[in-house]
Ligand binder design. Structure first.
Ligand SMILES: Nc1ncnc2c1ncn2[C@@H]1O[C@H](COP(=O)(O)OP(=O)(O)OP(=O)(O)O)[C@@H](O)[C@H]1O
Ligand SMILES: [Mg+2]
Length: 233
């Protein structure tokens, strides 16, 4: 059997790279799903910062935080984004604007991404955007974003919220089908009185023989650490 060898991009989180047997395959568009405060933005920033340190051009598109806030969040976990101003573009997008003119945004985004010789893209988060479309429109919007990222040849992370009752599924059950990979960040409680444990699960990663078991992780002033050999309880 011939093995398909794709280059892997380090996520910048050693334990997660080990769970992924190397990192995210180049050209993959993956989803990171988690409730508020589970570290979606932080994980995305690790991925971007790793690229910047390698001399890659990276783009952050944020529906949540403006440029200043992203730079501050990164600084609080020891990442100096300002050092890489020439290789980094940060955009704040308005969900309502994207909804109103998807086709204009489509051409703008493609131009921005392909014109910058971009290697990595973070889109954080599509949650509000998802709520603004009906079911058909939502699928079309996510498929459009995927198509832009794929045709620009970048490796990308899209963050979103999970389903209220099942943290392994996206809120609308679409993103996991649109994306090549899905990583879930979960807050797991033994009981309501205990401090929650954070658990990371690689639910899907096309063409990777990844670990499936949820593993504990922490967020500190150095960012996310994944303990890929530890048990959650
Ligand atoms: N410098 C830091 N030191 C310690 N913990 C931190 C630090 N920065 C962030 N955290 C922890 O990480 C959490 C937030 O991480 P992050 O913003 O990446 O989550 P998120 O999933 O993007 O949240 P949201 O859905 O609100 O955008 C904080 O609530 C805090 O618990
Ligand atoms: Mg966030």
């Amino acid at each position: 059997m011939t093995e398909l060898r794709t280059a892997m991009l380090s996520t910048g989180i050693a334990g997660l790279d080990r769970m992924l047997r190397g990192g995210i395959p180049k050209g993959h568009v993956i989803a990171v799903i988690g409730t508020y405060g589970t570290g979606k933005t932080t994980l995305g920033l690790h991925f971007i910062y790793e690229g910047l340190k390698n001399g890659e051009n990276c783009i952050v598109m944020s529906f949540d935080e403006d440029e200043d806030s992203i730079i501050k969040s990164a600084k609080s976990i020891g990442m100096d984004l300002e050092r890489f101003r020439d290789n980094l573009k940060i955009f704040r997008l308005e969900a309502e604007e994207v909804r109103k003119s998807l086709s204009r945004i489509e051409s703008d985004l493609f131009e921005i991404i392909s014109g910058f010789n971009t290697s990595r893209v973070l889109i954080d988060t599509v949650s509000v955007l998802e709520t603004l479309f009906d079911e058909g429109g939502r699928y079309k919007m996510l498929a459009t974003i995927r198509m832009i990222l794929k045709s620009a040849g970048v490796t990308a992370i899209i963050t979103s919220e999970p389903d209220k009752y099942n943290p392994s599924y996206s809120k609308y059950g679409l993103l996991e089908y649109i994306c090549d990979g899905l990583i879930c960040l979960k807050m797991i409680r033994a009981n309501e009185m205990e401090e929650p444990t954070l658990g990371l699960e690689v639910v899907k990663m096309r063409r990777v023989n990844h670990s499936r078991k949820p593993r504990p992780y922490t967020i500190t002033d150095r960012g996310i650490s994944v303990f890929e050999e530890a048990e959650i309880f």
